[in-house]
Design a protein around this ligand. Sequence first.
Ligand SMILES: [Zn+2]
Length: 228
Amino acid sequence: MFSGVSAAVPVLYVRDLAQAKTFYGLFGYAEQRSGADDAGAQWSYQQSGDHTLLLAVVHPPLIPAALPLLIYLYVDDLVAVQARFEAAGHPSDLVGYPDHAPGGEARTHDPDGNVVLFGQRVAVPGEARRRPTDEAARSSLIQQAAEAVGRRGGAPAGCQVGAPDGAACPRPAEVKLADPWGETVWGCLTHADEALINARSAFIATEDGHGLGPWLRQRRSARADQTT
Ligand SMILES: [Zn+2]
């Protein structure tokens, strides 16, 4: 039999161990063991059911990179966990009901500023779904971009993003997304929305006449004028 991983322990470097323990305690984590060394480093081994998390403090503190997402946790009851966080002064935003969390997904920040997403795997029926916190603003932008693409044509037939498990998405491509390095992808409305939430620097690529294409065409036509 293949002998693989039997447990995984994410390690989070934090600035204040007590604050971090209070925050992650809201997810049900409780300290199993802790320790410190003479140099001021501290650690706390946290457990919730079968799941573990190591909180660590080092001196000087590490500067975590500005990551769009540091930790993703699945919870049994999203509404209850959100209520617990709200009561503890850590409000969370309902992100939506993506394929990987049909019971809903919420986003908050831990005391170190790390983005923590948590989701519920068990689906809730459509009528029990709540309205995502910033859905109105975001989806209207996506809708506008989709309508602009529809007016000028040019979208490929199908969504190029695909489902979270890597499966092909059968929905039509409606929105073009890009990132600052020039990576682009066409997505359906659902997966464009998911990409905008999770790929933090992604944006909706719109053709507005002020981009590189029109500028380069103008430059090249000036050259053509000179040579004739
Ligand atoms: Zn799609």
